[in-house]
Ligand binder design. Structure first.
Ligand code: SF4
Ligand code: SF4
Length: 174
């Protein structure tokens, strides 16, 4: 249940880079939310495709180790049923309520992460995990916040944000 050495080094680099770029990223995401530049969704989608062309999540799994997964009612219904548990028992065993979400996983690393960095409930995993990182979606302010919050956690998000910045930087200055 650990990143491979290559990914461990990469994760350390993006943490340091995100720290260095904190002010710049804050400014960039504030501008994206306000200006909603034309083509923004398309740039994020293309950058997502490019980033995952050579990223292997099975060597990383940093999101499952460091970010609390969100579980909503339909996720709970589906996963509890799959595990042969009542929803109440599932909630009691695995989740805790959160004021901003329905529920969050109760611990890190996620208890569904296996020692070989796989998700033991992959086919029926929560929607939030299925859509992570949300750079392929039509981007709401909330999803932009998720991307901003994850530049130091996810190598793919870090790369996506760099790419979109390259595309849009000149517009931000104008
Ligand atoms: S989505 Fe990002 S943080 Fe999660 S395993 Fe893949 S590269 Fe790592
Ligand atoms: S449910 Fe699966 S994909 Fe989601 S955080 Fe847990 S191990 Fe990762």
């Amino acid at each position: 249940m650990a990143p491979t050495p290559r990914y461990r080094a990469w994760l350390q680099r993006i943490r340091q880079k995100a720290e260095r770029e904190k002010t710049d990223n804050r400014r960039f995401f504030r501008w994206l939310k306000k200006a909603r530049p034309v083509g923004m969704t398309k740039f994020f989608r293309l950058a997502h495709q490019e980033a995952f062309a050579d990223i292997d999540c099975l060597q990383c799994a940093n999101c499952c180790r460091t970010a609390l997964a969100v579980f909503e009612k339909p996720d709970i219904h589906r996963i509890a049923h799959h595990l042969g548990m009542s929803e109440e028992a599932f909630i009691k065993k695995y989740l805790r309520p959160h004021p901003d979400y329905e529920y969050l996983i109760c611990q890190l690393p996620c208890p569904f992460l296996t020692p070989d960095n796989r998700c033991s409930i992959y086919a029926i995993r929560p929607t939030g995990c299925r859509t992570y990182p949300p750079a392929r979606l039509r981007l709401t302010d909330e999803q932009l916040d998720v991307l901003h919050d994850n530049v130091h956690i996810c190598p793919a998000v870090n790369r996506i944000v760099d790419r979109v910045k390259q595309h849009l930087a000149f517009r931000m200055k104008s």
